[in-house]
Design a protein around this ligand. Sequence first.
Ligand SMILES: Nc1ncnc2c1ncn2[C@@H]1O[C@H](COP(=O)(O)OP(=O)(O)OP(=O)(O)O)[C@@H](O)[C@H]1O
Ligand SMILES: [Mg+2]
Length: 508
Amino acid sequence: MNDQTGEIRKLSTLVEISQALSGTLNLKAAHHKVLEVLGKHHGMLRSSITLVDETTGELYVEAADGASDGARSNHRPGQEITRRVIESGKPVVVPQVSREPLFSLHATVKKDGHRELSFISAPIVLNRKTVGAISVDLGFKKDRDYDRTVKFLRVVSSMISQALKVQRLIDTERQRLLDENIHLRQELKERYDFSKIIGNSSPMRQVYEQVAQVASSSTTALIRGESGTGKELIAHAIHYNSPRASKPFIKVSCAALPETLIEAELFGYEKGAFTGAQARKKGRFEMAEGGTLFLDEIGDLNLATQVKLLRVLQEREFERLGGTDSVKVNVRLIAATNKDLERAISESTFREDLYYRLNVFAIFVPPLRERKPDVLLLADYFLEKYARENAKAIKRISTPAIDMLTSYHWPGNVREFENCIERAVLVCDGHVIHGHHLPPTLQTAAASNTITRLSLTAAIEAYEKDLIQDALKTTRGNRARAAKLLDTTERILGYKVKKYDLDCGRFR
Ligand SMILES: Nc1ncnc2c1ncn2[C@@H]1O[C@H](COP(=O)(O)OP(=O)(O)OP(=O)(O)O)[C@@H](O)[C@H]1O
Ligand SMILES: [Mg+2]
């Protein structure tokens, strides 16, 4: 072989090797292919790739090629040398195997057609660390330029190491994503488990009971209730407490989408179904496969789509827009609305047959004004949540402020309540939320509602008592310091403490 054909052959080998390494995510198969290519074009009689196990540090034969009677065992004589190459990070050339004591210990060498062999091993280096070696047997030739063969092997080895690098990055990233996914699922589950739904009142306990009843089945559930009562929270609770919890929970807001879009959204479409449909797209029904589809604001769904939805509910299959194949789905449906559906039926804006299909198991989430006992619990819960989020040391809500909260009629329900506490936390710069931290609507409501039942004197006294309690709390029951805080004398404070029957010892 003259020099030039030799170089051309090497180049085309390198191209083949590079294709083998980049063409697949299965590196073991790619390594095999690399050895095969070497054997085919360069007369390498036997070859192997040995790698260091990342976790145990042990050497293992990743791929071997050449000898018919089990390349692995046959190649063992070279393994001691391979080990040395990996330890030292330097290539080794044994021009005549029969003269190398490490080889001649093994009878297998001599059997090989009585042909003299040369053995070459080059390290595989990744991020300056030797992570393995590529070793080959060649027929012995007196005039072989071993330096060039080593150089060539080093190029091959650096290609292998690049592929390893990519593979290990992918593995790390995939593991990270898997871990993150597990973590997120756990977080979701926690967010929607029952403990995050606040309320102990009897109407809420009834809701929990219904959630528990319906969760275990795949029955369609219809959640009703005014805006901001927690319908979406309940829908999540059903899903995350059902056998479908590890499958997706997919929400579609029927109100937010224009009529033309909602069907594409729900059922997906085929390529070319309309201008702009450049590829097939899955609908939410398909995305929810095995899990739960939550149709929020179902009362706002247009009549044409209601017909299609009814069909899916009856037949559990549908066609994508612009398509003819039916798609079968296994999803649990949960719908929610704050609309008066019965009235919508009488006004012919909601189909009666769909109503009956949805209304299999109805859960009514009561408005906040019908569950006054929950107001205190919610107040504590949101206070803690927003104080933590805003890093504020707010400890409690003053009694008059609590009175204002409980006497208000909360037309916006829990959502409005939550906003109100969040705002109070933001404007409060002490340890206690007072009435003046609450929104003006509550002040006027309080003035026109329950609080007017209190005389001015009684209201002032309640406020005064509250302030003194706060001061005593801050000074841990020390009257002198509490008096100073309130800019009054110890004598006056003592008098008030007596009047309001406060026990200073309690604050220590
Ligand atoms: N019982 C509850 N415990 C804790 N947070 C609640 C509770 N009920 C509602 N919330 C909170 O109030 C807000 C409104 O709840 P959600 O979105 O579930 O109401 P909705 O009934 O779906 O309202 P809409 O009809 O306006 O869509 C959310 O931030 C939710 O976390
Ligand atoms: Mg909602």
